[in-house]
Design a protein around this ligand. Structure first.
Ligand code: SF4
Length: 299
């Protein structure tokens, strides 16, 4: 056991050295190792990936490996940075945004000689511990059985990976959060997008907690992000739902971000149609973002 720990520490030292030896600035990158999915709840009704694939005459339910499957570990073959990874050290990698990382198609099948796609993807993320990875799932019930064997939620290892869960309404919240908040994760991020109804997170803030290094009891959920639905068939997001959830987060000391308004925002009894290019900036103008201690941009 002690040999294993000292080996891991050596690997971490090497990765740190690699980070320091990469002169390029970090980037924000999207990595879609596989593509295609199956709908699991009302939050999926207007899935942008389905709409786009159908518009090209493709079947969005055909889940397949993409050409960029090994993107995080590809290296430059020429130029001044030859030999370094194509993705600079310290980059933030949005992972699996045209599928669900925990979709069964990526599982390891015991009757197959091939390793599952997910197992290979975990290995790439481990190799790139100098980058951060962020993924969102609607399948938290599949996470426990498909985490890598070295993931225990305590060690420094895997801190670079955030697995967020989507809860579009109270029904999805009540189904997904008890499972999600019982997992050995390092970060607990709840994405309420597309927000389709009022969401009460107070029972989850109260029931799932930890004690921080200063001895303070805090909710396990460390951040909540909210957004409305986009696209031609977007459903209404009520500003009152957003405000109420923000208040819940401020009271509980949980970071809150109003990511985007969506295309149809109900406010003061009126429905506003908001063009795609303004949905993000209008949400930010509302000034609701909270970093867990203070409002953002109110200085
Ligand atoms: S889980 Fe995500 S990618 Fe899959 S159908 Fe639903 S919205 Fe689309």
């Amino acid at each position: 056991m002690s040999t294993q720990i000292s080996l891991l520490t050596d690997v971490e030292r090497l990765l740190e050295a690699e980070k320091l030896s990469d002169p390029r600035p970090p980037e924000t990158v999207t990595w879609n190792p596989w593509h295609g999915c199956h709908k699991v709840s009302s939050g999926c009704s207007n899935c942008y990936m389905f709409a786009r694939d159908l518009s090209y005459g493709k079947d969005p339910r055909d889940v397949h490996k993409t050409n960029s499957f090994n993107l995080p570990v590809r290296k430059l073959r020429s130029g001044p940075h030859k030999g370094l990874y194509k993705i600079p050290a310290g980059s933030h990698i949005y992972t699996c945004f045209t599928s669900d990382f925990f979709h069964p198609a990526a599982d390891t099948h015991p009757d197959s000689e091939d390793r599952g796609w997910r197992e290979e993807a975990w290995e790439m993320m481990r190799e790139r511990s100098d980058c951060t990875f962020f993924m969102i799932t609607k399948r938290p019930e599949r996470i426990a059985a498909t985490l890598p064997a070295t993931w225990d939620g305590q060690q420094k290892m895997w801190h670079n990976v955030t697995i967020a869960v989507t809860c579009e309404d109270q029904r999805a919240t009540n189904r997904r959060l008890p499972v999600y908040l019982s997992l050995p994760l390092h970060h607990f991020t709840v994405v309420v997008e597309p927000m389709l109804g009022h969401v009460n997170l107070r029972p989850y803030f109260d029931r799932f907690q930890y004690t921080d290094t200063a001895g303070q009891v805090r909710p396990l959920i460390n951040s909540v992000s909210v957004g409305g639905e986009s696209g031609p068939n977007a459903r209404i997001c009520d500003y009152g739902w957003v405000l109420d959830l923000q208040m819940q987060c401020v009271e509980a000391g949980v970071a809150f971000s109003y990511h985007q308004t969506g295309a149809k925002l109900r406010k003061g009894g009126k429905i506003y149609n908001i063009p795609r290019e303004l949905q993000h900036s209008q949400a930010k103008k509302a000034g609701l973002d909270f970093d867990g201690e203070k409002m953002v941009g109110w200085d």
